[in-house]
Design a protein around this ligand. Structure first.
Ligand SMILES: [Zn+2]
Length: 292
């Protein structure tokens, strides 16, 4: 018996499937855009799927490294190159590593929403999904008087309620979908939602190449391997005038040799003329204005 699940006769975003992929005209004649993004999951990466890990201190210390060591190192790199970045921060991280998030904001970088405990939303648990968004908003508001405009879902997990929820809570962009190389405005029922999609992809994410645990084993890759993929992808994105959305995690890219990788990749990108390094918020603003 092959089919044990209910047949899928409709995709949640079916009105968008026929949408054409349209390159964006970047500001000041720039040829492509690059977003340096950091998902500051910290311990939530290890807590969200198994909250009993809260009682496994060595295991979750993997995430503690992000706050203890990595964030200052990453801020140093960004400062050296004078580049803006976007940090997606779960509410739990903001509560438990408040000083680090304050440092990110003081350095002038954008902070976006990344859930509360980094829970992966379940299609049949709408209340839990909305609560994660509300809690994340409440924490950033309370601690930093901040209303984030951008959202990235934890681990690429979403439901078809995501875009309506982002509309309801007045986000201007999302960075959860992998269906394009160019940013676009989400539509529902043929109408603009006012939510820009800033697409991503696992190949531009550091975790699949670097994060190892006995409970989730993957091969740890060399910098050369990762750089090859990122450089080759970037070259092609550049030819297409696309948006290169690099997804890094302080606990991964903040390891000593990975910081060398980050510096080397930034130098590689800067050798191309006409690259716009932007935050998610800047990209979303630009796309919304272009679509008015
Ligand atoms: Zn994350």
């Amino acid at each position: 018996m092959l089919r044990t699940m209910e047949p899928v006769d409709r995709l949640p975003l079916s009105p968008d499937i026929s949408r054409e992929s349209v390159p964006v005209q970047w500001p000041d004649g720039k040829k492509c855009a690059v977003m340096l993004t950091f998902d500051f999951d910290a311990e939530t990466m290890w807590l969200s799927r198994d909250t009993t890990n809260a009682r496994r201190p060595a295991l979750i210390s993997h995430g503690t490294y992000a706050a203890k060591i990595a964030i200052p190192e990453i801020l140093k790199v960004l400062n050296e190159f004078n580049l803006p970045a976007t940090f997606f921060v779960p509410g739990w991280t903001a509560e438990n590593h408040t000083a680090r998030v304050a440092q990110i904001l003081e350095a002038g970088h954008e902070v976006g929403h990344h859930g509360y405990l980094h829970f992966w939303p379940e299609p049949d648990k709408p209340a839990e999904e909305e609560r994660e968004i509300e809690l994340g908003l409440e924490v950033l508001q309370k601690l930093f008087n901040l209303k984030p405009t951008g959202y990235r879902c934890p681990a690429g997990e979403t439901t078809d309620r995501l875009i309506p929820l982002l509309q309801k809570y007045a986000f201007s962009y999302d960075s959860s979908f992998m269906d394009d190389l160019h940013p676009y405005v989400h539509k529902r029922g043929g109408k603009s939602t006012g939510v820009v999609e800033v697409p991503w992809h696992w190949s531009l994410d550091d975790v699949p190449f670097t994060v190892y645990s006995l409970r989730g084993q993957r091969a740890i890759q060399t910098n050369e391997h990762i750089l090859n993929i990122w450089k080759e992808e970037f070259h092609e994105y550049y030819q297409r005038g696309a948006l290169f959305d690099l997804i890094m995690h302080p606990q991964a890219i903040g390891r000593p040799s990975r910081l060398v990788l980050l510096r080397e990749f930034i130098k590689f990108v800067r050798a191309y003329p006409g690259v716009w390094f932007a935050t998610g918020n800047q990209v979303a603003d630009h796309v919304l204005k272009a679509n008015q």
